[in-house]
Design a protein around this ligand. Structure first.
Ligand SMILES: Cc1ncc(COP(=O)(O)O)c(C=O)c1O
Length: 484
């Protein structure tokens, strides 16, 4: 079940297996460049030669600086972005090459500036917090509900947002993450209506939702549900290159010029034409074949879920979830997800995430039903070998701590710092973003009061094998704090 099971065809014979180039201008331009013997006196420095560093640079075609019809150039990117905007019904689409991370930075700066308040769901990814640092905005945190059966976030209640908006009617935007990392969804239409009643935009980090809306069993796309800015990773749920992302914007509550200015400020001037063309290709594929490709994978994932449940293994199921997100809950059978992951790794199977209580094999419509069935067999085998005493549901650190903002994320981020022992850090103001990864949701962020509860939750995550990311000392023996 290696990666090569997909077929180890060469670049030459797989340029356009689904016949997409006629409706995908960047893909068409990429193929034409690949087929043309050019003499590039421009970057990238490899000049297309594969006899130096090898096939690693094959197909790496840059964006030409000037506008050229039928070449990967700014005017053709605009054309491809317009096709994407039309498909999703947006006023504007921008393709990015720094993942949803880069797009989130731009999105936050597009809606908030220095000292502006924004209402933010605390389950948001670290990149949104970096966006707050860039913008100098002040977060008003709201917490999604935790499902007591799973210990994981279920949805952001409309009443929670309403209270936050009533308390902070001067907020400039609402930022939420939909679906959550574990595939659960809030009532986005109701949240959008409420947000709009305050005359401000709803920004949705939909990094995991690029496929939404392309099958009747999938949730509707957040843009169609009323969101104003939707950030998406094309590389997560669509067959695009790593780093590929796109943002969809509606102009009713968002100034498009300001959005473009922020987006342009955050992207490299040397974008990879290949990454951009892969977004264009995925858009054309979704438009033409989305439903037929997604259907068998939804059915296979549903069968997998049912089989896991027959073995008493918990899964996230029900309404308002992404049916392609297979979240397997191991406290229900007393198995340790780290051990299950190790066994799968030994069989050359890589998971999207694993910790003691949960594993998530990432499923997309690039999988096949046979591969999903095989994966589920192997997971059931492994879990059976590691069955143990049932554990109570524990709420992950990322979803349980109530943050207390003492100074703005930006002020803390750029402040001088002191390094103190974890015990001495209690009561001090945090100068780091401390995130168990995945999911990359900070337990403590820059400018927040460090509490014993937050540290205990982080220690528990660390001790159960979770990587603590983005900190100077990942053992958490010491923590960086603001000077007194
Ligand atoms: C909700 C969410 N937003 C944004 C990101 C960042 O996406 P990318 O890796 O495309 O930069 C992630 C990454 O996992 C994520 O889970």
């Amino acid at each position: 079940m290696s990666q090569h099971a997909f077929g180890a065809a060469t670049l030459l014979d797989t340029k356009d297996p689904m016949g997409l180039r006629s409706s995908a201008p960047l893909l068409d331009a990429w193929i034409r460049d690949m087929e043309t013997d050019r003499s590039p006196f421009q970057i990238p420095g490899h000049k297309g030669r594969t006899d130096l560093t090898g096939a690693i640079v094959d197909g790496d075609i840059p964006v030409l600086p000037g506008n050229h019809p039928h070449r990967i150039s700014p005017s053709l990117i605009l054309e491809a972005e317009a096709l994407a905007a039309a498909l999703w019904g947006a006023s504007l689409c921008r393709f990015g090459v720094n993942g949803s991370s880069g797009s989130n930075h731009a999105a936050v700066m597009a809606v908030a500036g220095h000292g502006d308040k924004v209402i933010v769901s605390r389950t948001l990814h670290k990149s949104v917090l970096v966006g707050l640092v860039y913008a100098g905005a002040i977060p008003i945190w709201v917490r999604p509900e935790i499902d007591p059966l799973t210990g994981l976030p279920s949805h952001l209640p409309v009443e929670t947002l309403e209270k936050a908006l009533q308390a902070h009617p001067d907020a400039k935007a609402v930022l939420i993450g939909e679906p959550s990392y574990v595939g659960t969804m809030s009532n986005v239409p109701a949240l959008a209506l409420l947000t709009h009643s305050y005359g401000i935009p709803l920004v949705v980090d939909a990094a995991w939702a690029a496929h939404f809306g392309f099958h009747p069993e999938l949730p509707e796309h957040p843009l169609k549900q009323g969101a104003d800015i939707v950030v998406t990773s094309a590389h997560k749920t669509l067959p695009s290159y790593s780093q590929a992302s796109f943002v969809l914007v509606r102009d009713e509550f968002v100034d498009l010029d300001r959005f473009n200015k922020m987006f342009d400020a955050t992207i490299t001037t040397s974008m990879s034409g290949r990454i951009l063309a892969s977004i264009d290709a995925a858009r054309a594929l979704l438009a033409r074949h989305g439903e037929e490709l997604i259907d068998p994978i939804i059915q296979a994932t549903a069968r997998g879920r049912a089989r896991l449940m027959e073995h008493g293994i918990g899964v996230i199921d029900g309404e308002n979830i992404d049916p392609l997100k297979l979240v397997i809950l191991l406290s229900t059978v007393g198995a340790d997800g780290n051990q299950v992951e190790a066994e799968l790794l030994a069989q050359n199977i890589d998971l999207e995430m694993a910790n003691r209580d949960m594993i998530i094999p990432m499923i997309t419509f690039a999988d096949t039903p046979a591969r999903i069935n095989d994966l589920v067999d192997r997971i059931i085998d492994s879990v059976e070998r590691h069955r143990g005493e049932l554990r109570p549901i524990s709420i992950s650190a990322s979803f349980s701590i109530e943050p207390e903002v003492v100074v703005s994320p930006r002020e803390a981020f750029f402040s001088t710092t002191e390094t103190v022992s974890a015990a001495q850090a209690v009561g001090r103001v945090c100068a780091e973003m401390i995130c168990p990864y995945p999911p990359g949701v900070p337990v403590l962020s820059t400018g927040e009061r460090i509490t014993q509860a937050a540290l205990d939750a982080l220690f528990a995550a660390r001790d159960s094998g979770v990587r603590i990311a983005f900190v100077a000392d990942p053992t958490l023996s010491t923590i960086k704090v603001l000077p007194l």
